[in-house]
Design a protein around this ligand. Structure first.
Ligand SMILES: [Zn+2]
Length: 95
């Protein structure tokens, strides 16, 4: 099960609330990983390390995500959901 953790930004009628600190997003990311989730992501923040997908078996980057809105880059490095380093079959729809 993927878990996507998005940063809050003050807009519209909630401009009196502070944005989510990057440290809070990273802490939530680490908790998700420590609890055994394979696919954890942060969002609404420029943080390639915590936005990319890694092979749960060997840790190789299989989908690289980086950048911000308008300059976002996604590189699929696992052909058909197979890790190029160890052959692990990644969960998800790949075709
Ligand atoms: Zn692998």
């Amino acid at each position: 099960m993927p878990w996507h953790i998005s940063a809050f930004y003050p807009m519209y009628k909630m401009t009196d609330v502070s944005p989510t600190p990057a440290s809070t997003l990273k802490r939530a990311y680490e908790i998700g990983k420590e609890e055994g989730l394979k696919y954890v992501y942060v969002g609404n923040i420029d943080d390639a390390k915590h936005e990319s997908t890694y092979c749960p078996s060997c840790g190789t980057t299989v989908i690289e995500r980086r950048g911000t809105i308008g300059q976002y880059v996604v590189n699929h490095l696992a052909e058909d959901g197979i890790c190029p380093e160890c052959g692990y079959r990644l969960e998800g729809v790949w075709s």
